[in-house]
Design a protein around this ligand. Structure first.
Ligand SMILES: [Zn+2]
Length: 316
């Protein structure tokens, strides 16, 4: 019995592997005033980079926070879509915005929360919001998170979502991606920065789809997929050779977007800290996570595991 893990918007974003990598490497871009705490908690920031994806199995409102289907609003650069939440709500209604995704606005809300956590010196909240914010920022760097044809479902390319954001990083990141990105920068205008990254993703989504279509047309199906053992199951995957060709044809796009994610995550953490008045993070009390934090993580893990099992059996 062969199982195909179709990685769609309902499943993973950037893949768990890539999300963890981005939060991990972002720590090394931080200034000395932040580095002490963030380096000490690097395992937490990396492990919890995937909490928002798990939360989608437990919280119905979570899904739209990970994407925005910009092509629903006309042509690039989508001048008909107001960039402010209030103006966009007034024009389209909140229900409609939620349906097509709210990622950029959600990131701005998370920035506010993180800034407040720094202001109040709340160590557990600083860490939780940093991990979450890293996830949402990384998601908007994925071209198919800014496009309604997010898994190639309109063009017969189902599976391309996970191919680009999970399979390619898993195959090539450890051996060939360079995550030395320099230093975090202060973002004087966070909304403008976030929107420009989303627009870049929307602009790149055509290339992501077109290049795979072109490659698929000249490769026989038996060379496109391979079967691999994973966690005790046989899984149909994009073949390593096919993945390599796709990766080359994209001319480093996946690595570039991961590097830009690392920079964006570190810069947003840094900007929130500066805007909060650069509080002394080393002086924060060692106050730990509460029992309710741990209960929440456990329930997220359970919700995700249960859904994954259901998902797999649907694909038998
Ligand atoms: Zn996500």
């Amino acid at each position: 019995m062969f199982l195909f893990m179709a990685m769609t918007k309902q499943c993973f974003c950037w893949g768990f592997y890539a999300h963890r990598q981005v939060n991990y490497y972002a720590v090394f871009l931080l200034p000395p005033g932040m580095l002490g705490l963030y380096k000490k908690e690097i395992a937490f920031l990396s492990d919890h980079a995937v909490d928002p994806d798990k939360r989608r199995y437990a919280v119905p409102e979570e899904g739209p926070r990970h994407f925005i289907d910009l092509d629903r609003y006309g042509e690039y650069p989508f001048p008909d879509l107001p960039r402010s939440w209030e103006a966009a709500c007034a024009k389209f209604g909140e229900d409609s915005l939620q349906r097509h995704g709210i990622a950029p606005w959600w990131i701005l809300r998370m920035m506010q929360r993180l800034t407040k956590a720094f202001e109040s010196g709340n160590r557990p909240l600083i860490l939780k919001y940093s991990a979450d914010l890293g996830h949402y920022l990384s998601d908007i760097h994925v071209p198919l998170h800014a496009c309604s044809n997010h898994n190639g479902q309109f063009t017969g390319q189902q599976g391309i979502h996970g191919f680009w954001e999970s399979r390619i990083p898993e195959l090539f990141a450890a051996s060939s991606f360079d995550f030395l990105v320099g230093r975090a920068g202060y973002l004087a205008e966070v909304p403008g920065f976030v929107w420009s990254r989303v627009l870049e993703s929307a602009a790149a989504s055509d290339t992501v789809l077109r290049v795979e279509r072109e490659l698929s047309a000249r490769i026989s199906p038996d060379r496109k997929f391979s079967f691999e053992f994973r966690n005790g199951s046989v899984v149909r995957q994009y073949a390593a050779g096919y993945s390599d060709q796709y990766h080359r044809m994209l001319k480093g796009m996946v690595e570039r977007r991961m590097r830009q994610s690392v920079y964006a995550v570190a810069s947003c953490w840094y900007t929130a800290w500066v805007n909060a008045g650069q509080p002394d993070l080393n002086g924060l009390s060692g106050e730990d996570f509460t029992a309710s934090d741990r209960a929440e993580w456990e329930s997220l893990q359970k919700a995700w595991m249960n859904d994954r099992l259901k998902g797999r059996s649907c694909n038998d």
